[in-house]
Every structure is written in structure tokens, then in C-alpha cells.
Design a protein around this ligand. Structure first.
Ligand SMILES: O=C(O)CCC(=O)C(=O)O
Ligand SMILES: [Fe+2]
Length: 440
């Protein structure tokens, strides 16, 4: 089965020409100022401000923290910015009426035939960066359906402050300083999957004013009737493979290392609603073709054996987990090795519950993650730098395991599972024995 992971996007962006100025109102930090100070009208002309004094806003904002090992911390070496919580401000910009959410739905969450209302954008912060920056981080997942982040830049004049978003070996840079004083003033935005590393380069002058939103998927992902042009060829390939009588004639297991990371906690690994890019196509496509699908963590414990030093002849082997318990590792790790040793000790000794299906029984569709992905997996699990401290959700790289029913010459084709698996159940030990099949 051949496909290109490169065809799947991880970030998108756009600009919205300003027709009416954006109004921004906020709460006073002290009672001495008149209420009229607490309003800005932003139209993008000249310095961007039509009415009001941005220094009043700056004075009422608070230093922006970020998440580190489960805590919210303030550290100007890592993030220099100011923020307001949604309870302390309001803005007339609406990501729905501006069409931004529709664009994001089409590009980052197309689903397989779902309508355009599958994304919810929840206002998260107002940030200002006079001479600020935010070093590389991934955003802290807020819930299992939280799949991405939206950053909206209001057209206030500034220089620098490029937003760079990276996924694997691809990177996209958004320079919002250049257009903010152009002839046609516009609000510019970028949205990306929240496991993508991103950073804000130093703002060298002016004020970079951004609204950030958390993006959640809300539509059920069960409507498989209308795959998109990009997804259709892949699903046809899957069907061809399954219709081959020589392919796993007695049934078996396929494995697909996900191309994105997903939040999960110790008591739910329910991510199918927020699957991203090609991962979603694999999940929904095989499910539609009558296979069982589930998500499982995969750990390469080779180094664990090496580290113990007492198992020269113990064969290193990757392990398929039933689930990973939530782990918070205290402290900052200066290098990956320090972090790795803690994570492997923790995961292998107590936190990894092994799946009944052995790793060796799985036929892998794509290659195991490269070294750098494996390191990323540890980073996500250890809750390295995020944009907010949290102990409820963590990221993990993982695999989609596909239970393929047997091929039956008698019934003229591949059998189908009578029901697909409840993704919340962990009891998936041997679906091919425990559930019945329907003839094709
Ligand atoms: O301001 C930006 O462009 C990004 C902010 C960000 O990454 C965050 O708040 O997590
Ligand atoms: Fe972020």
C-alpha cells in the first residue's frame, strides 16, 4: 500500500480584509482609570489603531505563563509576553462570521463526508508581545477532542514576531508584520494541529497583538459516505488489499504508526473524534471496510535492556501497550538522555500495561518512528514545555491497530466484524476470536 504522508497538511492560514474596525474592550486593573480608557478600535491603518491608546491595554495585561511539567510557570528566558484571560476582555472579531472556522474545518478537519460544522473555536487568551517571544513548544491538550490551535493577529504595527510551525521535517513561517501596514489592512491567522511544535520569534518593535483559540472537534465522525478526493484513492487501495484472498487469509493485525500525537489520560484513550490528517483516513477507512480499529501505545524498550546492563542476551523488543498511565515527571531535563532514562524506567516498570496481542503479531503498514519521533514521543509523554501547565492530559505517539477479519472463499470475500470496537474499551485482546463476522 503506497501513499504519501506529505500530502497531508498540518497547518493553514489566511487573511481577512478589515471592513469595520475591530473593537477590543477590557477590564481595568485598578479603579483609577476611566472606563473609556479600556477600549481600542483597530483598523490596520497607520499604526493600526484608529481610536484608543495601546499603552493602556499593555498596562492592564499580566505576564504570560506557560506549562512546564504540569505547572504554570513564568520565565522570561522561555516566554516573554503579556496576556489577558477571556473573562477580562472581549473583542468584536468572530472566527465564525469571518469564515476562519469554515476554512479550518475544510483544511484541518475535513472528515470523511462530515459537514462544515465540525470545529469549535474557544477563545483562550489575548496576548501582546512588545519586544517579546515564545520559544518552541507544543500546546497543552485541554481534552480528548482538542485537536488544534488558532492564532489571530490583529493588524497593529510591529516588526518581527514570525510564527513558525513545524511538523516532522516540514516547517511553515507566518510573517504578520509585513501586511499589517499594507494598503489593504487585514486580520491574519494561522491554525495548526496542537502537537506541532511552534514558536514566536522576537518582536523587534511595535506591538504584536494576537487572539488565541483552542480548536475542538464536535461532529461525530461516523458519516463515512463521502470521502474527499485526497482520501478516496487510499481507501480504494485498502479495499484492494483486503479483497486479495492471499492477504491474511485467516485474518490478523495491521499496525499504523500515527503521524500526529494525541492527548490521552489514564482513564480514556478516546481519540477517534480528534484524529488528524492521514491517521483519520486509516482509522475510518478500515472501520468502514469491516475491520476493527483501536489506538495503542508502542514503546521501544531496547534501551531499557541496555541500561540495566544485566541482560546481554535478553533480546530487545518493542512492546505494544494496552495503555500508558499518566506520568508527570518533575524537574527540567537538560538533555534527552536524562529524560529518557526516567521515562523508560517509569513506563516499563509500572506504567505500561501490555496488550494481549504481541508486537510481533502485527504487520506494520508504515515504518516505526524514526529516532527523532521516538524522542518526541518521550517529550510528549513527559509533558515537556506546553503553553499551559496541566496534569490531566498528556501526549503520546501511538499506533492504530487494525483487526482484519478472515477471507472466506465460501462467502465470496473478506468477512466483516459484526460491530466495530468501542474505542473506550480496553478489552481488545483478541477481537478476531471474540466477535462474530458477517459475510461480505
Ligand atoms: O502568538 C502566537 O503566535 C502563538 C502563541 C502561542 O503559541 C500560544 O499561546 O501557545
Ligand atoms: Fe502555542
Amino acid at each position: 500500500m503506497e501513499f504519501s504522508q506529505r500530502d497531508f497538511v498540518f497547518v493553514c492560514g489566511g487573511s481577512i480584509p478589515i471592513t469595520t474596525p475591530v473593537a477590543l474592550r477590557w477590564d481595568r486593573r485598578n479603579d483609577e482609570k476611566a472606563a473609556s480608557c479600556c477600549k481600542l478600535l483597530i483598523d490596520g491603518e497607520g499604526d493600526g489603531i484608529k481610536h484608543g491608546d495601546i499603552s493602556n491595554l499593555i498596562a492592564d495585561m499580566r505576564p504570560a505563563t506557560f506549562g512546564l511539567a504540569g505547572e504554570d510557570v513564568y520565565d522570561e528566558r522561555y516566554r516573554k509576553a503579556l496576556q489577558l484571560e477571556p473573562s477580562n476582555f472581549s473583542s468584536s472579531f468572530c472566527p465564525y462570521t469571518s469564515g476562519t472556522v469554515d476554512s479550518i474545518t475544510q483544511i484541518l478537519a475535513p472528515g470523511l463526508g462530515n459537514g462544515a460544522s465540525s470545529v469549535r473555536a474557544e477563545l483562550y487568551k489575548l496576548n501582546a508581545q512588545p519586544s517579546g517571544f515564545f520559544r518552541a513548544h507544543v500546546d497543552t491538550p485541554r481534552s480528548p477532542s482538542h485537536f488544534g490551535s488558532l492564532v489571530v493577529c490583529l493588524p497593529v504595527r510591529h516588526a518581527g514576531g514570525n510564527l513558525q510551525v513545524r511538523h516532522n521535517d516540514k516547517s511553515m513561517s507566518f510573517d504578520w508584520s509585513t501586511n499589517s501596514s499594507a494598503n489593504q489592512p487585514s486580520i491574519q491567522w494561522a491554525a495548526f494541529y496542537s502537537d506541532c511544535e511552534h514558536e514566536v520569534l522576537p518582536v523587534t518593535s511595535g506591538h504584536r497583538l494576537t487572539l488565541t483559540y483552542n480548536l475542538y472537534s464536535v461532529a461525530p465522525d461516523q458519516d463515512l459516505s463521502k470521502p474527499t478526493d485526497l482520501e478516496l484513492p487510499l481507501i480504494q487501495q485498502m479495499e484492494l488489499v483486503l479483497n486479495n484472498p492471499d492477504f491474511l487469509p485467516k485474518g490478523g493485525y495491521l499496525g499504523f504508526y500515527t503521524t500526529h500525537a494525541y492527548p490521552h489520560s489514564s482513564d480514556s484513550f478516546s481519540i477517534s473524534a480528534s484524529l488528524k490528517g492521514i491517521d483519520k483516513v486509516i482509522w475510518q477507512g478500515f472501520q468502514r471496510l469491516g475491520c476493527g480499529v483501536c489506538m495503542r501505545p508502542v514503546l521501544d524498550v531496547a534501551r531499557q535492556f541496555g541500561r540495566q546492563g544485566n541482560s546481554e542476551d535478553a533480546r530487545p523488543r518493542p512492546v505494544l501497550g494496552k495503555y500508558l498511565k499518566l506520568t508527570t515527571v518533575d524537574g527540567t531535563f537538560e538533555d534527552w538522555n536524562g529524560m529518557e532514562s526516567v521515562m523508560f524506567d517509569d513506563c516499563y516498570n509500572s506504567n505500561l500495561v501490555e496488550e494481549g496481542i504481541g508486537f510481533e503479531k502485527v504487520l506494520w503498514i508504515n515504518r516505526p518512528t524514526e529516532e527523532k519521533h521516538r524522542e518526541a514521543q518521550i517529550a510528549y509523554t513527559a509533558q515537556q514545555y506546553g503553553n499551559e501547565g496541566s496534569s490531566a492530559f498528556i501526549y503520546s505517539w501511538c499506533a492504530i491497530i487494525i483487526g482484519v477479519p478472515p477471507y472466506s472463499g465460501e462467502h465470496g470475500g473478506r468477512m466483516r466484524l459484526e460491530k466495530t470496537f468501542e474505542e473506550r474499551t480496553r478489552d481488545w485482546d483478541d477481537p478476531l476470536c471474540t466477535v462474530s463476522f458477517l459475510p461480505k
